[in-house]
Design a protein around this ligand. Structure first.
Ligand code: FES
Length: 111
């Protein structure tokens, strides 16, 4: 199993971290959906047409992810919250054992 961490920063600045376990081959979006996690809407179900699965990847992990495709880069222009340099669409991140411990931050909104 792989454990990934979803971090949410509350309006008062408090940091809330949720650990989610999943198996290799699932996407980061799938992991969030399977766990019933709030904050990843994923309206298109991973078809790369909605940008409501936006996350910001912890800087410690950015080098370990494959780069975003041109299509993902284009869709990142449509995130509800301004994209960051570490922004990714979680449906495009396929989890492997090498990503055990991956940490991402959820945006304040997906709409
Ligand atoms: Fe729609 Fe990721 S779920 S782009």
């Amino acid at each position: 199993m792989i454990t990934v961490y979803f971090v949410r920063i509350a309006s008062d600045g408090a940091r809330h971290e949720t650990a989610v376990q999943t198996r290799p081959g699932r996407s980061l979006m799938d992991a969030a959906s399977d766990a019933g996690l709030d904050g990843i809407a994923a309206d298109c179900g991973g078809l790369l047409t909605c940008a409501t699965c936006h996350v910001t990847v912890n800087e410690d992990w950015t080098e370990q992810l494959p780069p975003a495709s041109n299509d993902e880069q284009a869709m990142l222009e449509f995130t509800a919250v301004l994209r960051h340099k570490n922004s990714r669409l979680s449906c495009q991140i396929q989890l492997t054992p090498a990503l055990n411990g991956l940490s991402v931050q959820l945006p304040t909104t997906q709409y």
